[in-house]
Design a protein around this ligand. Structure first.
Ligand code: PEP
Ligand code: MG
Length: 315
């Protein structure tokens, strides 16, 4: 019999010593769910809800949202689905949330800041999410983007819980939140690290600007040290820390991220297979040593090289 790779069962994400590392999907619409499941996604680590409304001139209705969120949650019965409330502004402006011209939109009224300025839209989204949750069997987690203070963490998690959301967390994608992760995780149920923005803000380099693209490298030890802060805070408070930025899709960096304390990794579904294979090559002890080697480098290239050398030695 010919065993085809496509029909072989896909095992859940795990390290060589059996430590589970659930591998989740980054999705922008429910239509992507089927392919993600086929590629072995164990749930959704980042549902970017703003992608649904990029071309809308007015705010979506509660009914419209409930229908879409129900579709997404229904595709993952019994599985975790992390929904991010609208992340509008900068690279993803929404006509009904971002109206003012800003010189530096990445540093402007974006993410949770924009939702807070139009609080009805946030309340309607939480209403729709709670309704979709009640109608389905998925394990719904809800998080806010661009949280930069402890006060914003409290604001969002309290509001989400008021709407019946059982698991309320924040994205850590601004250095201030990473540095205060011990306080943020006292309040939030979980944190998900957005390495795309965390890198942009740590290196002060616009993630959309080609002329500074070389700075946008999540291997940079300054970024890794911030991620370590969050991983350690998660362990101290026994709160889950996941990664949902592009960094999780890099097979060796994925190992480093687990070594720094990430418990789950979320990525574009097409990256799942390579990351799954890479994790199976290393124990948790190895992952920590590889991460340690990367952390002590001077720059991104040095961190990558140190990780590669340590990983090769350990095999
Ligand atoms: C991130 O910033 O890493 C992230 C996952 O969010 P987005 O790319 O949508 O800003
Ligand atoms: Mg982001």
């Amino acid at each position: 019999a010919r065993a085809s790779a496509a029909s072989a069962p896909i095992t859940p994400g795990a390290l060589a010593d059996g430590t589970p590392v659930p591998l989740l999907a980054n999705l922008g619409k429910p239509e992507g769910a089927e392919e993600a499941v086929a590629l072995g996604a164990e749930g959704v680590g980042l549902f970017r809800t703003e992608f649904l409304f990029l071309s809308s001139s007015s705010a979506p209705t509660v009914e419209q949202q409930r229908e879409t969120y129900t579709k997404m949650l229904a595709a993952f019965p019994g599985k975790k689905v992390v929904v991010r409330v609208l992340d509008a502004g900068a690279d993803k402006p929404l006509a009904f949330l971002n109206d003012a011209h800003e010189e530096n939109p990445a540093l402007g009224l974006r993410g949770l800041r924009a939702l807070r300025a139009s609080e009805d839209i946030l309340r309607e989204q939480l209403t729709a999410l709670a309704q979709a949750d009640a109608a389905t069997e998925a394990d719904l987690w809800v998080m806010a983007p661009m949280v930069s203070t402890v006060e914003e963490t409290r604001y969002f998690t309290e509001m989400a819980r008021d709407y019946g959301i059982k698991t309320a967390g924040v994205m850590v994608e601004v250095p201030s939140s990473a540095l205060l992760a011990d306080k943020v995780l006292q309040i939030a149920d979980f944190a998900s690290i957005g390495t795309n923005d965390l890198t942009q803000y740590t290196l002060a380099a616009d993630r959309l600007l080609g002329s500074v693209a070389a700075f946008q490298d999540p291997w940079h030890p300054a970024v890794l040290r911030l991620i370590r802060e969050v991983g350690e805070a998660g362990a101290a408070h026994d709160k889950p820390v996941g990664i949902c930025g592009e960094a999780a899709a890099d097979p060796l960096l994925a190992v480093v991220l687990v070594g720094l304390g990430a418990k789950t990794l979320s990525m574009a579904p097409t990256a799942l297979a390579d990351v799954r294979a890479s994790l199976l090559d290393h124990t948790l002890h190895d992952a920590r040593r590889i991460a340690q080697a990367a952390l002590t480098a001077d720059d991104a290239a040095g961190a990558r090289l140190a990780a590669q050398q340590t990983a090769t030695r350990e095999k």
